[in-house]
Ligand binder design. Structure first.
Ligand code: HEM
Length: 514
């Protein structure tokens, strides 16, 4: 027995020693022989991916990226095989690589022009360890490979066209009406209201309806739907899964440790969305929503219900949390910049004679509001992290620098937009910078790509703008807002686990008497 345990002990020792030697050799390779060895970065990040992973787990990665760029310059080696770029040329080089396509403009149909474009060169693939860390999960449009992506994008683009959006107006307006009604019930009572939560309820109900044919009932019930709640609960766990994606054995062990109750809960949610989708399908294919285009092609392409459900789900996550985040951000920034709030309130209240006049077309004429939204997108980008791509075979030139194939590359939005190289007074809310104020003539607007560019840019960009404009206009038409003391440092105390961990944004609402 003693001999056996000694042998086992020796075996364990040998295994540990081999692991140690392997790790040291690996670190030595990363530091002295790796093709990226000439790029600057902190020792721990160049030596192992754990430097990066720890920052991600702490929820500070996007902020740390700014420090790293300030210390090491516009290209930083943030992991042995990964570079971060703070040079605006990198957007086009990474996202629009060798592709004769343009980034969408405010007036283009949700980037739909990109859909019809022809891809002539090698696209930078999305990095699976970030986008698809659990191989068993079905791929949706965001994580699909190039060919599948093109098909899905073409089918979905129909629902994002100007015409579809006009037809969706009554659906969206219905939820905004309900949001205002709910806020009115709570306004003027002296009770503070978590306005961020109400924005989330509204955008989830809107996109839930447009993607699944039914809302989540958040506004109706004044409460989070479990499916929506689960997204936030998953955010932190998601970063852990991403960190372990490079270690399949550890990842399997982690996934095996997930409690059965949690798995059951997840199954329940999947089933619930499947049921919603089935009801949507039974209602017929013709409905001016976001999923109609895909349903029409489902039979022809042999799309499974699972695939349809994954794509509806990603529309909800991609389209709701982002929009609600920006609405919370712009509200906070206006509440803490009284002059801007005064100007915007005057613009909205001076533009309309009655609330009925506030619609898709009329809100699009409010230029100060657009500047406020853009400035909020700069200071509080809903996608603050860098979304990693992989350099294709043969390598590529990015921002004037040759980068070898298989390198993971990303532009980190929050860090890019708070960099003085690109924006004057980056930590101050200045909507005027988007209105041609000469004081900001030196700003580098090319650096600003909150919806990304190229064939995989945000398909919902125009929908997002219209929704944000409509909701903000209606809120400021109806209420005077004052921030509650416990939310004064709302923005500065947040951390980021892919998504902003927003916390409550408490305000006092006073109905405007007319
Ligand atoms: C302020 C709001 C929004 C922001 C900042 C935003 C940002 C982005 C970004 C940065 C991407 C690129 C993701 C990547 O490279 O992997 C993206 C993709 C996408 N967004 Fe948005 N988004 C917003 C609103 C919306 C809305 C309202 C929808 C509609 C449901 C939507 C649906 C999508 C979809 C489906 C994709 C994937 C497109 C593709 O891969 O072809 N987004 N978004």
């Amino acid at each position: 027995m003693a001999l056996l345990s000694l042998t086992a002990g020796q075996l364990l020792g040998a295994a540990l020693a081999s692991l140690l030697v392997y790790t040291l050799l690996h670190i030595a390779y990363n530091l002295f022989f790796h093709p990226l060895r000439r790029f600057p970065g902190p020792l721990l990040m160049r030596a192992t991916r754990w430097g990066y992973n720890i920052k991600r787990m702490r929820g500070t990665l996007p902020f740390d990226m700014l420090d790293l760029h300030q210390r090491y310059g516009p290209i930083v080696r943030v992991a042995p095989d990964e570079l971060a770029f703070a040079d605006s040329r990198a957007w086009r080089d990474i996202m629009g690589h060798k592709i004769g396509l343009h980034s969408s403009s405010h007036s283009s149909a949700a980037g739909a022009g990109v859909v019809g474009g022809s891809v002539t060169g090698e696209e930078f693939a999305k990095w699976d360890q970030f986008y698809h860390p659990v191989p068993e999960m079905p791929r949706d449009i965001v994580m699909a490979g190039r060919e599948e992506h093109q098909l899905l994008r073409r089918a979905l683009s129909h629902g994002f066209s100007d015409r579809s959006m006009r037809e969706q107006q009554p659906i969206i307006k219905g939820y905004v009406d309900l949001m205002i009604k709910r806020l009115r019930e709570r306004a003027g009572t002296g009770e503070k209201v978590d306005v961020g939560m109400w924005y989330n309820f509204t955008t989830f109900d809107v996109i839930g309806d447009l993607a699944f044919g039914e809302s989540f009932g958040c506004l109706e019930n004044g409460d989070w739907h479990p499916w929506v709640k689960a997204i936030f609960q998953m955010a932190r766990a998601g970063t852990l899964v991403q960190n372990l994606a490079g270690y399949p054995v550890l990842l399997k062990m982690l996934l095996a440790m997930v409690p059965t109750s949690f798995k059951e809960e997840r199954e329940k949610h999947v089933q619930m969305t499947m049921d919603k989708l089935k009801r949507r399908m039974e209602g017929g294919k013709e409905r001016p929503d976001l999923i109609e285009g895909l349903l029409k092609r489902a039979d022809e392409w042999g799309l499974t219900l699972e695939k349809l459900q994954a794509n509806s789900g990603v529309l909800v996550i991609g389209g709701s949390e982002t929009t609600a985040t920006l609405l919370s951000g712009v509200t906070y920034l206006l509440l803490t910049n009284r002059e801007a709030m005064k100007k915007l309130t005057a613009e909205i209240r001076g533009a309309f004679k009655s609330e009925d006049e506030i619609d898709f077309a009329s809100v699009s004429t409010l230029s100060y509001m657009l500047a406020c939204l853009d400035e909020a997108l700069r200071m509080y980008p809903p996608v603050p992290v860098g979304l990693p791509r992989v350099v294709p075979k043969g390598g590529a030139n990015i921002a004037g620098t040759y980068v070898p194939e298989n390198t993971v590359v990303a532009v980190h939005q929050w860090a890019m937009y708070h960099n003085e190289e690109h924006f004057k007074d980056p930590f101050v809310f200045h909507p005027e910078r988007w209105l041609g104020d000469p004081a900001f003539a030196g700003d580098n607007k090319e650096a600003f790509q909150p919806f990304h560019m190229g064939p995989r840019n945000c398909i919902g960009r125009n929908l997002a703008y219209i929704e944000m404009r409509l909701i903000l206009a209606r809120v400021l038409w109806n209420f005077d807002l004052q921030i509650a003391d416990d939310s004064l440092d709302w923005m500065s105390k947040q951390r980021i686990f892919n998504l902003w961990e927003k916390g409550q944004l408490n305000v006092y609402l006073t109905p405007v008497e007319r």
